[in-house]
Write a protein that binds this ligand. Structure first.
Ligand SMILES: Nc1ncnc2c1ncn2[C@@H]1O[C@H](COP(=O)(O)OP(=O)(O)OP(=O)(O)O)[C@@H](O)[C@H]1O
Length: 310
């Protein structure tokens, strides 16, 4: 699937399948193409080339059927501010042809489920960002979708609110088999609940998978990093470590005001055991040594913000 705006390619060559019941995180910085991808999946914008299938339907040809099955929460959910939370939900339900009595019952159940039962009769204009997002989730669920697509659901919410919202999304997926696609640029949050994530950079999905396999795919040219800390570390030890076969780079750093040195060793293979042996043989006291595994945050930093891996 591809989408261009004039000469500008917003999404290029996207080829991805998301499994039923999965929580998939679309990650990338501003302008990476996440929203454009979502709009194409919803049939709200047409791909320049290629096509998508959502629940077996073609969004371009069957946008109404898609709308019935897919709940979409944009990054800024719009509500009737001077109406209550309950009224807003009933209104959405009725737009989806749900009769009034059933709509009321469903709305009440959903408000309970998203933790807003106590403020059901409050006007939405007085809601905090976190409350609005939870109401947004209830709003997409009221038509009983099989897929929900959430654009930046955690934007502007405090950490506690984020935790609760993500827990809610996770429970919904696990308990009711909902398929969830969410976009975000908050990796550490997404990492907690997503089965798989895809990294978007300048319109291209550069990698996707579960977090450990993604970290592996993106590991710096397949190099393995070993980090150690020792006291009484000498130049002799540094020289010996540098002359190990397959070492690509070595960096030593004396901790200010202490006798402790941190050494980062980048190699073509795992040298943890050999490095430990050398440090001890050279008379230093090894405080810690570990093979460094990169989390998504570090990978994100490297790919999206141009930083190097430390
Ligand atoms: N209607 C449009 N007309 C022209 N260019 C557009 C249009 N919509 C998006 N773009 C461009 O396409 C690119 C991808 O935008 P998109 O909104 O999909 O990114 P995003 O990853 O969702 O970013 P954000 O996190 O800021 O929402 C951007 O360069 C954007 O300027």
């Amino acid at each position: 699937m591809k989408k261009s705006y004039g000469d500008h390619v917003a999404v290029s060559g996207l080829n991805l399948s998301i499994q039923q019941g999965e929580i998939f995180g679309l990650l990338g910085p501003n302008g990476a193409g996440k929203t454009t991808t979502i709009l194409m999946l919803l049939g709200l914008t047409e791909p320049t080339s290629g096509s998508a299938r959502v629940c077996g339907l073609d969004p371009t040809r069957q946008p109404l059927q898609i709308k019935r099955r897919v709940g979409y929460m944009p990054d800024d959910v719009g509500f009737y501010e001077d109406r209550t939370a309950l009224d807003n939900l009933i209104f959405t339900a009725q737009l989806n042809q749900i009769p009034l009595q059933e709509a009321r019952m469903l709305a009440e159940q959903l408000l309970e489920r998203v933790g807003l039962a106590e403020v059901a009769a409050k006007k939405v204009g007085a809601f905090s960002r976190g409350m609005r997002q939870r109401l947004g989730i209830a709003d997409v669920l009221i038509k009983r979708p099989t897929v929900i697509i959430l654009d930046e659901p955690t934007l502007g919410i405090d950490p506690e609110g984020v935790r609760e919202l993500l827990q809610l999304i996770h429970n919904l997926s696990r308990k009711e088999g909902l398929t969830v696609l969410l976009s975000s640029h908050h990796l550490h949050q997404v990492q907690q609940i997503c089965d798989r994530v895809g990294l978007f950079v300048r319109g291209e999905l550069i990698a996707y998978g579960d977090v450990p396999s993604l970290a592996k795919q993106l590991d710096q040219e397949g190099l393995i990093t070993v980090e150690l800390e020792a006291t009484g570390f000498s130049d002799a030890a540094l020289n010996e470590l540098s002359s190990l076969e397959d070492v690509v780079e070595i960096r030593g750093n004396v901790q200010q005001g202490t006798d402790s040195t941190t050494v980062i060793l980048l190699g073509k293979r795992d040298m943890t055991t050999e490095a430990a042996g050398i440090v001890i043989r050279c008379g230093a006291q090894l405080q810690s040594i570990r093979r460094k595994q990169y989390g998504l945050d570090e990978i994100y930093h490297r790919y999206f913000e141009g930083g190097g891996l430390a």
